[in-house]
Design a binder for this molecule. Structure first.
Ligand code: SF4
Ligand code: SF4
Length: 405
């Protein structure tokens, strides 16, 4: 599409990138068909084509309003539109650029600011988050139902991790909320990888991937976290670590973007590219290994919820299903499996009504094949879906580890 960016927009560090993305959109509207918010709200401005148009107007100098901000806020960043778009429009990068401009121009009401700052103060700090989660559990009966639903229904403590004993080594992003909400996920990962002859080099200095800050009006803080992680991982990378493994696909999608997001930083561009190239979702590691050595005897019928960050961002749709089928699990069919469950980072807290609607639709689809358990690959989806109190939702690697003999 034709563009005429304002001088101010042209001067933005990512102005040229925004212009090139805008020009790649031919305005065909195919993307609207798979956009969850367009499906629910039926408003052109709550679909990708409308949002692209809104961002174009903003970058061309039109007045920015709270209504523009609302339509951009309602986007889940699920990237379903990117999977559908025949022209390869790089929507999420345009959205990030547009959101930064809009949020700088439209101050949020106090309530929204406090919510966003509160989430940024607590969620990326694993020790603090874990302590608050345990406190919440102790006082669960006193909590409002909406908050109680954010706590795990059943907290499975971490099983012991195996000692380091293999030449093959990877790094593992421990994550920020996952150790508090599902402490056994990374422990199960360590046990499965150990059985495959792969050890995990512990790096205590690495922390939250930065996605939480980045998507809550604090892009620079998110990038600062990315730089900290790169510094923390670098010595182990130089020592030969073969991959940086993520067990939460939301974190994985962001780490794989470090290279792009830091390409204009001369001190970090090359290292960030290397880190992104080494970043792997756990399923990418497993699917290349001889899984027979795990000795899995699977007897559960399960439905797999493929997170948007796995299928649309990392383009790994079908990969976990393939591994689980190889291991002998029975997978039930899931209609509309391309749609978002409504978790989307902190979306369930910032847009609770839309999020709940998407969650209930997703659970209906997942339960239609009557599974005993639902498996997924991202802590956000896991907690969000499990919080409905319906079929239990677990990380798939825990099911694999429990079935090993
Ligand atoms: S983003 Fe892609 S599918 Fe959507 S209107 Fe633009 S070109 Fe068409
Ligand atoms: S990222 Fe998802 S919610 Fe946002 S416009 Fe694209 S399809 Fe719609």
């Amino acid at each position: 599409m034709q563009t005429n960016l304002s001088e101010q927009a042209k001067a933005l560090p990512r102005g040229a990138e925004a212009e090139s993305i805008l020009r790649s959109c031919v305005h065909c509207g195919f993307c609207n068909a798979t956009c969850p918010t367009y499906q629910l709200l039926g408003d052109e401005l709550d679909g990708p084509r409308g949002r692209i148009y809104l961002i174009k107007q903003v970058l061309e100098g039109s007045p920015v309003t709270a209504k523009t901000q609302l339509h951009l806020d309602r986007c889940l960043t699920c990237r379903n539109c990117e999977s559908t778009c025949p022209s390869g429009v790089d929507y999420h990068n345009l959205l990030d650029i547009g959101r930064a401009v809009v949020d700088a121009a439209v101050p949020r009401p106090l309530e929204q600011r406090l919510l966003r700052q509160g989430l940024r103060a607590v969620l990326p700090r694993p020790a603090l988050f874990k302590a608050l989660t345990r406190l919440g559990e102790a006082f669960r009966p006193l909590l409002p139902a909406s908050l109680g639903a954010k706590l795990p229904r059943q907290l499975r403590p971490a099983k012991p991790r195996p000692p380091l004993r293999h030449d093959r080594r990877v790094l593992l992003l421990e994550g920020c909320v996952q150790p508090g909400l599902s402490p056994n996920t990374n422990a199960a990962t360590a046990r499965v990888l150990d059985r495959l002859g792969i050890g995990i080099t512990p790096i205590r200095e690495a922390g939250c991937c930065g996605a939480l800050d980045y998507h809550l009006d604090a892009q620079q803080q998110g990038l600062a976290r990315a730089r900290q992680n790169i510094d923390a991982w670098w010595p182990a990378i130089e020592a030969g670590a073969e991959a940086i493994v993520q067990t939460a696909s939301g974190c994985g999608a962001f780490v794989k973007d470090y290279g792009h997001l830091l390409e204009q930083d001369p001190a970090y561009a090359a290292k960030a590219r290397r880190v992104s190239a080494l970043a792997k979702d756990l399923v990418e590691v497993l699917q290349a290994e001889p899984l027979e050595s795990l000795g899995v005897r699977a007897d559960q019928r399960l439905a797999f919820h493929c997170p948007c960050t796995l299928q649309h961002a990392q383009k790994l749709g079908g990969a976990v299903e393939g591994v689980l089928t190889r291991l002998g699990f029975q997978l039930s069919a899931v209609p509309d499996s391309h749609l978002c469950c409504g978790s989307a980072g902190t979306y369930s807290l910032t847009q609770p009504a839309l999020s709940r609607q998407l969650r209930d639709n997703k659970l209906d689809a997942l339960e239609s094949g009557q599974p005993q358990v639902i498996a997924t690959a991202n802590i956000g989806c896991q907690t969000h879906l499990d919080g409905a109190g319906r079929t239990p939702v677990r990380h798939w690697i825990e099911l694999v580890e429990e079935a090993m003999h």
